[in-house]
Ligand binder design. Structure first.
Ligand code: TPP
Ligand code: SF4
Length: 255
């Protein structure tokens, strides 16, 4: 008689029950994983009925528009201003804006910093792929020094294009900011850590503590022109030294 081995199964994550459309991201893009995390967190927190997502211009918009929640398709740049207005007229709604790093750090920078300084009770999710993804990979404020893009064919150099910008660290010292952090999804362990931080960022809004920002590092194989596997190595070796992971601010109560 064969001996049966008992197998204990532990559910680590399950498929979210809502998503209207399939996601049309390039193969190897991390945006799909990030949206999956957003789906999971929204479902686990039970905020689906109250949530409104503001998408901007850029690839991140593709995922925002495919969520089965209320969405607002804002123009490229002022997503945080739109989110502020929506929160003021619907204070009981759960408002989050999704922005590309290009959008947030360039055309939308004034709005991003002003919204943080005002301490608007909203959450901003940033997708940092170190370039303007949708329009062909041009230089963004987050592009790494030495990184080749169509607008920096010799690689970004500081004298002409400045240093890379760090969104969460930039606004963390402002009094209106309740939460500022960065994560990545390029390994399963980091995916789980990021999920935890994303949930914390969302909880700050529920607790009415003020502005929250959570930045995801994300691969863009199409514009980086390397394979999805090499993208993981690129994040590990090039992005992490420039963009440290973790929480830069996490307040428990307002001053
Ligand atoms: C006002 C305005 N300026 C410029 C554009 C063109 N545009 C569309 S997407 C984009 C860049 C997107 O890059 P990023 O914000 O980093 O988002 P990603 O595509 O990488 O997610 C630009 C410049 C636009 N749609 N509207
Ligand atoms: S262009 Fe880059 S960011 Fe946009 S969907 Fe493709 S891989 Fe993702």
């Amino acid at each position: 008689m064969s001996q049966k081995t008992a197998i204990t199964k532990k559910l680590i994550c399950k498929r979210p029950t809502f998503r209207m459309l399939p996601l049309g991201f390039c193969s190897g893009c991390h945006y799909g994983i990030i949206y999956r995390l957003l789906d999971e967190v929204i479902e686990e927190m039970g905020i689906k009925g109250d949530a409104i997502c503001i998408g901007g211009g850029g690839c991140s918009m593709i995922g925002a528009m495919a969520m089965d929640i209320d969405t607002f398709g804002g123009p490229h740049g002022p997503g945080t201003a739109i989110a502020s207005a929506l929160k003021r007229v619907s204070p009981n709604a759960f408002i989050f804006a999704v922005q590309g790093d290009g959008e947030q750090g360039a055309i939308g920078l004034g709005s991003f910093v002003a919204t943080a300084a005002r301490g608007e009770n909203i959450t901003v999710i940033t997708m940092n792929n170190a370039c303007y993804g949708m329009t062909g990979g041009q230089l963004a404020p987050t592009t790494l020094l030495g990184m080749v893009t169509p607008t920096t064919p010799e690689g970004r150099e500081q004298v002409m294009s400045g240093y890379p910008m760090h969104g969460p660290e930039l606004v963390a010292p402002l009094k209106g900011v309740a939460y500022a952090a960065r994560g990545t999804v390029h390994t399963p362990a980091n995916r789980q850590k990021s999920k935890k931080m994303l949930k914390t960022a969302f909880q700050k809004q529920q607790q009415q503590l003020g502005f929250g920002v959570f930045e995801f590092l994300s691969a863009c194989p199409t514009n980086w022109k390397i394979s999805p596997t090499d993208c993981i190595q690129f994040i590990e070796e090039k992005m992490l030294p420039e963009f440290p992971l973790g929480q830069f601010k996490n307040i428990e109560r307002k001053e």
